[in-house]
Write a protein that binds this ligand. Sequence first.
Ligand SMILES: [Zn+2]
Length: 450
Amino acid sequence: MAKLKFFGGVDQIGGNKILLEEKGTRILLDFGQSFDFGTEYFTGWLSPRGINGLGDHFEFGLLPGISGLYAKDQLEKTGFPYCEPEISGIFLSHGHFDHVAHICFVDPKIPVYLGVGTKLFLESMEETSNFCDYKDHTYRTFRTGHKIKLNGIVIEPVHVDHSIPAAYGFIVRTKNSTIAYTGDLRLHGPRRDLTEEFIEKAKAAEPDALICEGTRMALKENRKNYSELHVEQRSNRIVSSTDKIVFVARYSRDLDRFRSFYNVARENKRKIVITPKSAYLLSKVTVDEHLNLPDPMKDEHVLVYFKRKRSGKYDDSDYSPWERPFMNKMVSCDFVRKNQSRLIMDLDFYQLAELIDIQPDAGGHFIHSMSEPFSEEDVEEEVLRNWLKHFGLKFHQLHASGHLNRDQINKLVNDVNAKQVFPVHTENAGLFRQTCKNIKLPKREREYKI
Ligand SMILES: [Zn+2]
């Protein structure tokens, strides 16, 4: 009999950490960090100290005490004994930090299984960020339909559509049980067919347990239920009706969103201006032709914005080695100022100061293509509004979620028709009971027999 234990993603969005065990073989599905991780004890620059390994986390019970999982050096200051690996593999559904971030504490002897694309995303994060280090691991990449056998357990990754490429659900077969895990998924993105294929396969597998995400399981949703196509069409309307500059704030790794704005730019004979970080990520993932994305080095519609750094004179030596290859496509604030009617430019919140150098003409547009703020008193929201007012830019909110809406979740759960359903990645697990049968509300660290 297989056993499931949930160490994260329970009554919270993100932080999925799901342990599956049968006859001494143990695997983990995702090992991420929740969005509210540690906020009771840490804030801003007060954060867990790297020098103390897992010591600061264990002090407040922020990570579970699982034996045979963590790296030796991470446990040194904790009193938690190190032992040789007792986990056969960690399976990552996709590259978002709420599914992967905590692998940095894991024993490098434990293999980490992940999509070919997910590996590229993790590498890109490490190479372009000063704060990201997943540490050393033995990575084993998979593609959809592969079957990975670990002792008696067979894990089949099946692609799904989500707001980052290379996202997967898993169908796991143990000797006596079948478990389907959705990861994060949606049906209103450009690759709806991938999610449909996962649902079909999960249904055909007649699972004993379905572990289902419920990010948007809520009585009432205040946000707009846009699809990716809606976002593209509405952006197109904004861009086609102005001769002023259009700025866009989007999640850097949401390449479907990049593609939407790239299409809008071409449609309106504009060029799209991206950051060196985005250019680096794009040039890395364009090797995967499935993604149908432009190579920023070659595509004439893509330009790369360089901020002034160090010398302030755009010297090669001002920039990191990974940024320099894109200097061939470099544009500066002067170029942007002189070509406002011909550009769509990425500009996220932390780059707003570039507006001071660009000095855009009043009447331009700012499309906030990310989730709306979670609270009324969001400080960043107010600061953003002040900047836009100062420069006379018009604010637009246009975003499509990476997750199924409530009706789609209900339909998935009822279609798959598993004997037990465990809602995860949700603050409203109880709502599943109103419309679906066989719902088991998981309790953190309790064991469930499948
Ligand atoms: Zn995600």
